[in-house]
Design a protein around this ligand. Structure first.
Ligand SMILES: *Cc1c(COP(=O)(O)O)cnc(C)c1O
Length: 395
């Protein structure tokens, strides 16, 4: 039986082992581990790659979100709008500052926050806004998440944010290199928050993150906040945190960044191959005998000048749990991102949401699952996965 794991980081490591080992050794030889030239160089390289005005390293994607929110003075009693269908860190950062997340449901096609529903909420035209009755002045920002590697629908989000005076913080942890109308993730909003967690498209060998910032003054504030708010050293302008990108991680990331475009191209090709196989086997939504709802390129479609970089290849099935079990029995790794939407998490139960407030997120949490996708995945492996799924539905 073939074994296809959800992710194989070893395959990538063996392809860059010498280069990356040498880069780590040169940091060891320098004995300069914090905020040195290696970090500065990487910040410049990745900032250029993204096309950001400012790019600042930090300790993780979670800290990137926290620092962005700190830079705009989010405090207890403030509200921040975000998606309930995301990794916990997105909402966790809001709560850590004593602020309160507002969960607005996703679009079913893209799994990203629905700008129409954001507007309805802000205009007070939906049931949720009436029930929560939040004063407009208390709502400070919106965090759209570029889930699975496809950007949220940024134009209407930027429009509504401007109209209501909200900052926009892109959670681009899963979206490095993704595009919306030719603009890269992290360049549209006021901030972009990136994660270099090892399993992300650009993964470090430990925790690491990055914040991109549009405005010069806010960038300087993030720079100060990540060093305990001190400038100069020992003179504290703000109460910041300790959140730096360390030199060893920066050295690894500099090596890997050179390959990112090639890896993104490979991910896209694999995703299209999956689509093709499922359609040929008559399993996709477009066929009469539909069993699978394939990922859809919306903002990420090439005809929209977008790019989906497939951090995950995520599809839906009404028989998801059975199918995942069958795949596991046949040596294929899958994952469920995410089984419980944030609006019904226990820690947010005091916020007063019910399941029906975000029906699309509920449905996605019950039906969505992700298949193996990473640049080194072989085409025989993709074929084996597709064949095994066809076998499941033929039983
Ligand atoms: C991974 C991730 C984060 C957090 O990044 P860390 O580097 O693990 O702290 C935040 N948001 C989303 C959507 C993520 O996928």
């Amino acid at each position: 039986m073939m074994q296809v794991s959800l992710l194989d980081l070893n395959a990538q490591f063996s392809s860059i082992k010498e280069e990356v080992t040498q880069a780590i050794h040169s940091v060891l030889d320098s004995q300069h581990f914090i905020m040195g030239s290696v970090v500065k160089d990487f910040e410049e390289e990745v900032g250029n790659y993204i096309g950001a005005n400012h790019a600042l390293g930090c300790a993780s994607g979670s800290d990137a979100l926290l620092l962005a929110l700190m830079a705009i003075d989010i405090k207890p009693g403030d509200y921040v709008i975000t998606s309930p269908f995301t990794f916990f860190a997105t909402a966790g950062a809001i709560s850590r500052l004593g602020a309160i997340p507002i969960f607005i449901d996703i679009e079913m096609e893209s799994y990203n926050i629905d700008p129409v529903k954001v507007r309805e909420f802000l205009e007070g035209n939906d049931e949720l806004s009436k029930r929560l009755s939040i004063k407009k002045e208390q709502i400070k920002a919106i965090i759209p998440v570029h889930l699975y590697g496809q950007m949220a629908d940024m134009n209407p989000i930027m429009e509504v944010a401007k109209e209501f005076g909200l900052y926009v913080i892109e959670d681009a942890a899963q979206g490095i290199g993704s595009k919306y109308e030719n603009k890269q993730a992290g360049t549209v909003g006021d901030f972009g928050c990136f994660s270099f967690f090892p399993s992300k498209n650009l993964g470090a060998y430990g925790d690491a993150g990055l914040i991109t910032v549009k405005d010069d003054e806010l960038a300087e504030k993030v720079d100060i906040l990540r060093l305990h708010g001190a400038r100069p050293k020992y003179h504290h302008k703000f109460v910041g945190i300790n959140s730096r990108l360390d030199s060893i991680q920066a050295a690894v990331l500099s090596v890997k960044l050179k390959y990112l475009e090639e890896w993104s191209t490979k991910r896209r090709a694999l995703a299209l191959r999956y689509n093709d196989l499922f359609e040929k086997k008559g399993l996709s939504l477009s066929s009469t005998n539909s069993h699978l709802i394939l990922p859809k390129e919306t903002t990420g479609a090439p005809q929209n000048n977008g790019r989906h970089i497939y951090h995950q290849y995520t599809l839906r099935s009404s028989r998801r749990d059975e199918l995942q079990k069958f795949l596991d029995e046949n040596g294929i790794g899958t994952a469920t991102y995410y089984p419980v939407p944030l609006h019904i998490q226990e820690c947010f139960s005091n916020l007063g949401y019910v399941e029906g407030d975000c029906p699309n997120s509920m449905l996605a949490s019950k039906q969505a699952f992700s298949l193996p996708i990473y640049p080194e995945l072989a085409s025989e492996e993709v074929e084996y996965v597709a064949e095994t799924i066809a076998k499941f539905f033929a039983r």
